[in-house]
Write a protein that binds this ligand. Structure first.
Ligand code: DC
Length: 221
C-alpha cells in the first residue's frame, strides 16, 4: 500500500507520517530531506544554485543514501550523516531554488519511486500524490495556517537543538515565501491532487491528525 502526504512546509507531515509508519509498520520516506541534501552539497561546494548539471554531478559523486538508526531516518552524503545540517535555516532558505531544477527533480523522483518499490510506504513531500505516486491508495493534503506552522517550526528547531535568532514573525514570512515558490514553480508545484483528502491541522493536535489519517487508511485497506 502506498500513502502520499503532501502539503506546505511545517504542516506536520513528517511528524504524523513517522508515527503512522511506526504504528502500521510501513516504511516512511521523507522526500524533502532529499532536496535538502542536494541543497547542502550545492552550498558546501559553492555551486551556483541554478546550475543543475553541477549539482546533479556533485550528488552522483557523493552518493545520497538513507539509513534507519533507532527508528529514525538519517540522510547520508557518502559516509557523512547530514541529518542535522539539512534542517538549518540557511538550507531552508535555499531549498526551494534547488528543488525547482528539473534535473534534480528527475533524479530524486526516480530514487523515490525506487524506494517505494515493493514496500508498504508512507511518503511525504509536495508532489507525491500528483507526480511521484499518482496511483497511491490514499492521498492526504495536510494544511494549517502560516502562523501555526511558524510556531511549530520554532518548537521543532528548539527540539533539534538548532539555534536561530529569528522571531516567529520572520519565520512565518520565510514559510510564506517558501510556500509561494513551491506552489508557483513550473515542474510539479505544490498542489492538492484531485483525489486527495484535505486535512486542516491548524486546530488539531498530533494525536487527532494521526487518528484521522489511520481511520482513512483502514477504510481503504
Ligand atoms: O518538507 P521539507 O520542508 O523538508 O521540504 C524542503 C523543500 O523541498 C520544500 O521547500 C520543497 C522541496 N520539496 C519538493 O519540491 N518536493 C518534494 N516532494 C518534497 C520537498
Amino acid at each position: 500500500m502506498q500513502i502520499a502526504i503532501d502539503g506546505p512546509a511545517s504542516a506536520g507531515k513528517s511528524t504524523v507520517a513517522k508515527i503512522i509508519a511506526q504504528q502500521l509498520n510501513f516504511i516512511y520516506i521523507d522526500t524533502g530531506a532529499m532536496y535538502r541534501a542536494a541543497t547542502v552539497i550545492a552550498m558546501r561546494r559553492n555551486l551556483d544554485l541554478d546550475d543543475e548539471d553541477a549539482i546533479v554531478a556533485a550528488l552522483n559523486e557523493a552518493g545520497i543514501s538513507f539509513k534507519i538508526i533507532d527508528g529514525q531516518q538519517h540522510v547520508l552524503l557518502g559516509q557523512e550523516d547530514v541529518t542535522t545540517e539539512i534542517r538549518t535555516p540557511e538550507v531552508s532558505a535555499n531549498v526551494s531554488q534547488v528543488s525547482a531544477l528539473p534535473k534534480i527533480r528527475e533524479k530524486l523522483v526516480a530514487l523515490q519511486r525506487e524506494l517505494a518499490g515493493q514496500n508498504n510506504v508512507i511518503m511525504d513531500g509536495r508532489d507525491i500524490g500528483t507526480t511521484v505516486l499518482p496511483d497511491a491508495e490514499l492521498k492526504i493534503f495536510l494544511v494549517a495556517s502560516a502562523r501555526s506552522r511558524a510556531q511549530r517550526r520554532v518548537l521543532d528547531l528548539q527540539q533539534r537543538g538548532i539555534k536561530s535568532d529569528k522571531t516567529v514573525e520572520e519565520i512565518e514570512a520565510d514559510i510564506a515565501a517558501r510556500d509561494y515558490k513551491d506552489s508557483h514553480r513550473e515542474i510539479s508545484p505544490l498542489k492538492k491532487a484531485d483525489d486527495a483528502i484535505e486535512v486542516d491541522t491548524t486546530e488539531m493536535g498530533i494525536e487527532e491528525v494521526v487518528e484521522t489519517i489511520i481511520k482513512l487508511i483502514k477504510e481503504k485497506s
